[in-house]
Ligand binder design. Structure first.
Ligand code: GDD
Ligand code: MG
Length: 323
């Protein structure tokens, strides 16, 4: 049984504005590499041989970095939607590039998770499912796809972003589709997999199962979540084989210059060519390439854009500057 993958990376990243003005959400730096690299490594680590990136917004920025995937141990192809086709339309469009395969793992492009992908694939096969959704539990399901499960773990209902959620079980953004099911999605049309495909398939009694895994899960779709994901990767709360080697609880590029008396901690990342002058305190933050931080600054749980200049003595708390 061969498995391929599709990564949905075509969204606008509106909730991350202004960070996504020049850079699409999946290419933003998280723990020293573009976020997408963590997901590509996760697919490669699970033994998946090829992945198609379903791109739209700023599509031209992906291929120069990821190339044919050789560096990441996986074959990478690029499907471009001239205008965004939605999650379902994007899946259908990307599937045209897939080599022959039995099933396809589909990743939302903004989820960092420690879930057991091999376990989800096993579960899918054991149930002879058409689709298996990875599910997690959250306190407030309103911002997500809410799922109701039957006793046998089959999905009873799927309701995207509802005001009064019927459960705390949510779609965690990684699906396994049998290859032929994707052909039921109309070609070249805007389709939402969450609002159209899943409810339609349930109405026609397709075998849709839910695989509950309560390990680490985070949608990096807001600036606060993005900076948390980065710090969690550096401090080892969550593992990714894409995180560069580092010592202790920070990642400092060898080309950065750090002045005397600085304390850089709690998962902070100092990217290439950054200059931090003396006596700064940087905690849980990302300092983008080439940024200059004046002396005596305090930067906590924040993101400083590449090339930005922060004046001496500034206090930056949960803020996103220079984008
Ligand atoms: N190719 C392509 N084309 N990708 C798209 C498009 C499109 O038109 N629209 C969105 N995407 C990608 C985004 O880039 C993102 O990686 C993924 O699809 C999900 O879109 P979001 O905009 O991040 O959706 P969400 O976070 O509000 O909700 C989704 O994720 C939740 C879990 O984080 C839904 O799948 C929910 O059901 C789910 O609970
Ligand atoms: Mg999202």
């Amino acid at each position: 049984m061969s498995t391929s993958a599709i990564l949905l990376v075509g969204g606008m990243g509106t909730r991350l504005l202004p960070l996504t003005l020049k850079t699409p959400k999946p290419m933003l730096q998280v723990a020293g590499v573009p976020f997408t690299e963590h997901q590509i490594r996760k697919a490669a680590d699970a033994g998946i041989a090829e992945i198609v990136l379903a791109t739209s917004y700023k599509s031209e920025l992906f291929e120069p970095y990821f190339g044919n995937g050789e560096r990441f141990g996986i074959k990478i192809k690029y499907a471009v939607e001239k205008s965004a086709l939605g999650t379902g339309g994007g899946i259908r469009n990307a599937a045209n590039l897939l080599a022959d395969c039995d099933q396809v793992v589909i990743f939302n492009g903004d989820v960092l998770s420690g879930h057991n992908l091999a376990g989800q694939l096993e579960f899918h096969k054991k149930n002879q499912a058409d689709i298996t959704l990875y599910l997690t539990q959250v306190e407030d399901a309103r911002a997500y796809g809410c799922v109701e499960l039957l006793e046998n773990k089959q999905v009873k209902s799927f309701l995207e972003k509802m005001e009064n959620p019927i459960s705390n079980l949510i779609n965690a953004g990684c699906y396994i589709f049998n290859r032929q099911i994707i052909d039921q999605i109309p070609q070249d049309k805007v389709v939402s997999v969450e609002r159209e495909t899943f409810p339609n398939l349930l109405a026609t009694n397709a075998k849709v199962f839910g695989y509950l895994d309560n390990s680490y899960w985070l949608d990096i779709g807001t600036p606060a979540a993005l900076v948390k994901a980065s710090a969690d990767l550096i401090t080892g709360v969550i593992h990714s084989s894409a995180t560069p080697n580092h010592a202790g609880d920070n990642l400092i590029s060898p080309s950065a210059k750090i002045g005397s008396g600085c304390v850089i901690s709690n998962g902070s990342v100092i990217e290439t060519e950054v200059v931090v002058e003396s006596n700064c305190q940087i905690s849980g933050s990302i300092i983008g390439s080439g940024a200059k931080i004046g002396s005596n600054c305090k930067i906590i749980d924040s993101i400083i854009a590449p090339g930005a200049q922060i004046q001496a003595g500034m206090v930056v708390l949960t803020n996103y500057l220079g984008f």
